[in-house]
Design a protein around this ligand. Sequence first.
Ligand code: DAH
Length: 348
Amino acid sequence: MEKLLEQIAQYKEEIVAIEPNGAAELEDYRIKFLGTKGIVKALFSQMKQVSNDQKKEFGAVLNEFKQLAEEKYEAWKSALSGDEALAATAKGEAGFDWTLPGDPLPLGSRHPISLVRNEIVSIFRRLGFSVAEGPEIEDDWHNFTALNLPENHPARDMQDTFYLNQTPDWLLRTHTSNVQVREMQKNKLPIRIVCPGRVYRNETISARAHCFFHQVEGLYIDEQVSFADLKQTLYFFVQELFGRDVKIRFRPSYFPFTEPSAEMDISCLLCEGKGCNVCKQTTWVEILGCGMVHPKVLENCGIDPNKYTGYAFGMGIERITMLKYQINDLRLFSENDVRFLQQFKASF
Ligand code: DAH
């Protein structure tokens, strides 16, 4: 304490002795005594060294010293000529130079799943599709029965379903196909929609599977819609998304809600025909399921299958994102690692 008081007395003498002289020296003075690393600040930080019973006294001396230092500064500044005073003010009493360029604010980035979802939706919008959404907590009928998967249908096992404990008729939707049903029930035809959304399945989490993921469903219902329409629409879609060089192929498949059903592959973009891990040496990668809407599904939703036909398709956004950005682990999408997320700064 004594040492500190002695020091303060010396600084006081020093301040009193300084002859005010020009803006540049004023700034030196400010930095030395009043700056963020200056003497006044340093002395205040000594406060904790002082014993409790002496704190009050020391505090009073310190405040007085601070006042002296500030008064000197103000007097000095007002003695400067107009321009010099302005310059001194611009540097700022708080030690901040207001004329410096600002620090750029770091911009966030969109999640890759959102980027790809938006891109998919925008391609279909250009073809006249609009966006429809439906609930993630769904009843059994909209998720399964209406889609031609009656109770005890073996295909229900293909999708490990999360049921709600208290109301076993309710579940977390296993696919976005429930939105098809809800839109068809509205009975406004023709229908031309894409339905992006989150879906849930009771799967063990790994690099290739997760208990939740995202899909985009498509549905087109009108008079005389054909499989050729489906093919051409999807061909246009992948060319827009992956580039003109991409090839497609359809393989026969089975979904209860479509007949005929198919899965669509695209030529592997990573190895371009040479064979690699992603395409498992086949040079083709599956990206979606599709088909002509089953007449029974139309009937279940109150649409006359003798008058109307339609196609539907469903794709996983994660899978497409992984192909597009060469991501090899599905878990990265939900871990919120900023180092991963920061890399996506596209315009969608
Ligand atoms: N719902 C299917 C699934 O989650 C995907 C699907 C396949 C949707 C064929 C469709 C379709 O609309 O026609 O695996």
